[in-house]
Design a protein around this ligand. Sequence first.
Ligand code: P1T
Length: 384
Amino acid sequence: MGEKKLGFATRAIHDGQEPEQVTGAVNVPIFLTSTYQQEEIGKHKGHEYARLTNPTRDALEESLCSLEGGTSAHVFASGMAAITAMLTMMKTGDHVVCSDNVYGGTQRVFDKVLANYGLTFTYVDTSVAENVAAAIRPETKLVHVETPTNPMMSITDIRAVADICHAKGVELSVDNTFLSPYFQQPIALGADIVMHSTTKFLNGHSDGLGGVLVCTKPEQAERFRFVQKCTGGILSPFESYLLLRGVKTLAVRMKQHDANGRAVAEFLAGHKAVKKVFYPGLADHPQHELATRQQSGFGSMLSLELGSLERANAFAKRLRLGYLAESLGGVETLICHPATMTHAAIGAEGRARLGITDGLMRISVGIEDVEDIIADLDQALAGR
Ligand code: P1T
């Protein structure tokens, strides 16, 4: 095709996904094989063993790399496996600065697993870029930012933090799970690594776990390929296929998620039973202006404060269309109680510091007809 870079939706359907050479199959097949025949000792067709490479996984990695604008992508069995793989870049004594509000599992693996290997972690509110500058020490190797954060929807200025990191010789990784590359391009804003739980919007259908690291430098690619080979926490061919299939419709899904997210946020903001709505698309969000500038959409993640555990549970029990469930980013509306689900691991004190109350609910607005979603929320709130 021509010189001009193809559009996002086109790349989501085509990049890495040429018709298969032997049969012309338009869809990338699932290569269910653990090994590959070699013609003679030391001579093979580019594949030796499936922990190292698999054609379905290779196609997916090329696709995700293209969508994030990186130089390579490396997929893992879950978002947590990807984060853990990223941290294998560290050595005992190294220090990591992390957003204080991240997915609870991220803080759990840092503090309860990786800290045992002599890594140290400092958590700061990265929505104030100066906090990052103040937390960086001579032994800091990585700043890890989640934006928007899970579940408080706080936004970090990626470019400002990238400039701070690079002035001090530190790498910046951005967890882009909540917006997907359709609405946010961290590498274009200066990030060195983008990570995702692909379980969410990239997959989009709540039918497979996965995680990805997208790189910008050859030495990162070499490192992560080596980690895939050495530790083996790779994504299976079947889940690679599911993810490739999901990514093909990312653009159309995200447009609808965004439209529905905005409508639901407006509805909730005007509802008397809702004390507060956390959604960067609302004008009263503290980083609304930054979100408007840095993102090309607001997405469909939002949180709402209902005032108490009893009110939150009454709301949850009345839901008919939305599912009370962990996770997010599927076509169906998913509603979660962060205090007992995603952020149970950080303890009551950790939650209190971040404002994750027992009355807080998080909604991943799906792409059902928005009137039906709003009617369900309205009837569930009517009991309040
Ligand atoms: O669940 P897994 O694929 O391992 O991904 C972990 C993860 C990483 N980063 C972010 C921003 C996440 O939201 C998650 C997983 N989150 C949920 C399961 C949840 O309900 O928030």
